[in-house]
Design a protein around this ligand. Structure first.
Ligand code: PLP
Length: 423
């Protein structure tokens, strides 16, 4: 077979793009070579429906070992009693949890998408908002912090079956204990989706929801720095409190309901090559070296927030406890859309993002979201954050000046050439 030069040329170009720019998309990271090697391995050839030791296909003895290692490392990393590492992505992990714990039409209570929540937590355009009856809490207009009082009020009025916490664009710590107390008052289960801060939680740099929340989901590719994928965990495997039944009418433990909701509920064969890459990434994340990385991610985010604030950028909630921040650009008279495009020209990648109480549409937006997980993997430190903010500010204050954007792009390229990625 001839090598597909068309596709491989594009892959080369994408590598060049990643290496030469400043990657500030909060949900992205750069995996290690060994994680990539596992993801591109012969394990992609293997069908393995079922779970380790209980497969519907022959020849699974080796992938059984791989998947068991991934599960054991995930449990150790987060202090979980049980884990399923098969969800193809974060969205699939969440839909499997919903399938396991809810009946169509059941009420759910999630963090409003326009305040920083995720599509899969009840948005009208996602199956979570179509199959279930969504209600929302948000942040306070004054502080930008989660309005826990409102959360409790809505929970007491609506009595949801599931309360979801976790976000895509919220820079502060969560009060999982309080949310669980509210849930217990109304007989709800709690799902914490830690997709974004998972790596920081694993290293004890943020609170762990597992002691408080019934179920925890995460992606594996953001701060956790693994391959694209998802997983589900339980801090304690308990009998399902609603007496939910399997399609065959049996009452099962939560772990069993969740396993069945992943396969055959929402997925077919697991991606064993990605599960191998997850195992490798979890192994890396268990190391002290990764602990230093996670701490630097947090320090870099704090340094970036400080430098932005000093230049009069409005960060929602006034700062960050994790790896990301949401910047309201309204005082800078530029939309998120225009800022994103101008920064792109300077090889600084961010995403436009709605800010709480935004008056602009999701396609325009009043803000941008930035994060430090990827640039920290490149080796950047606090002093570089100050420089990056200088670049961002120069772009935003002169977004239509293409020669200036080009000269910033050259500076960006030169700075990043000191931090090689895969070469
Ligand atoms: N949950 C949260 C909080 C997220 O931020 C994301 C992705 O950005 C997801 C779920 C979905 O993950 P995926 O894109 O892997 O489906």
């Amino acid at each position: 077979m001839n090598k597909d030069n068309v596709v491989f040329k594009l892959i080369e170009q994408e590598q060049e793009r990643q290496e030469s720019g400043i990657e500030l998309i909060a949900s992205e990271n750069f995996v290690s070579k060994q994680v990539m090697e596992a993801a591109g391995s012969v394990l992609t050839n293997k069908y393995a429906e079922g779970l380790p030791g209980k497969r519907y296909y022959g020849g699974c003895e080796i992938v059984d070992e791989v998947e068991t290692i991934a599960i054991e490392r995930a449990k150790k990393l987060f202090g979980a009693e049980w884990a399923n590492v098969q969800p193809h992505a974060g969205a699939q992990a969440n839909s499997a949890v919903f399938l396991a714990l809810l009946k169509p039409g059941d009420k759910i209570l999630g963090f409003d998408l326009s305040h920083g929540g995720h599509l899969t937590h009840g948005s009208a355009v996602n199956s979570s908002g179509k199959l279930y009856s969504p209600h929302f809490y948000g942040v306070s207009k004054e502080t930008g912090l989660i309005d826990y009082k409102k959360l409790e009020e809505v929970a007491l009025t609506e009595k949801p079956k599931l309360i979801i916490c976790g976000a895509s664009a919220y820079s502060r710590e969560w009060d999982y204990k309080f949310i669980r107390e509210v849930a217990d008052k109304v007989g709800a289960l709690v799902l914490a989706d830690i997709s974004h801060p998972a790596g920081l939680i694993a290293k004890g740099l943020l609170d762990n929801p597992l002691p408080h929340c019934h179920v925890v989901t995460t992606t594996t590719h953001k701060t956790l720095r693994g391959p694209r994928g998802g997983m589900i965990m339980l801090g304690k495997d308990f009998e399902n409190p609603f007496g939910l039944k399997t399609p065959k009418g049996e009452t099962r433990m939560m772990s069993s309901l969740l396993d069945m909701a992943v396969f055959p509920g929402t997925q077919g064969g697991p991606l064993e090559h990605i599960i191998a890459a997850k195992a490798v990434a979890f192994g890396e994340a268990l190391s002290d070296e990764y602990g230093e990385y996670a701490l630097q991610v947090k320090k870099n985010a704090a340094a970036m927030a400080k430098a932005l604030t000093e230049r009069d950028y409005q960060i929602i909630s006034g700062g960050t406890d994790n790896h990301l921040m949401l910047i309201d650009l309204r005082n800078k008279n530029i939309t998120g859309k225009v800022a994103e495009a101008a920064l792109q020209q300077a090889h600084i990648t961010v995403n436009k993002n709605m800010v709480p109480f935004d008056d602009k549409s999701p396609f325009i937006t009043s803000g941008i979201r930035v994060g430090t997980a990827a640039i920290t993997t490149r080796g950047l430190k606090e002093e570089h954050m100050v420089k990056i903010v200088e670049f961002i500010d120069s772009v935003i204050t002169d977004a239509n000046n293409s020669s200036k954007l080009e000269s910033i792009r050259n500076e960006v390229k030169s700075m990043m050439s000191d931090f090689p990625l895969y070469k």
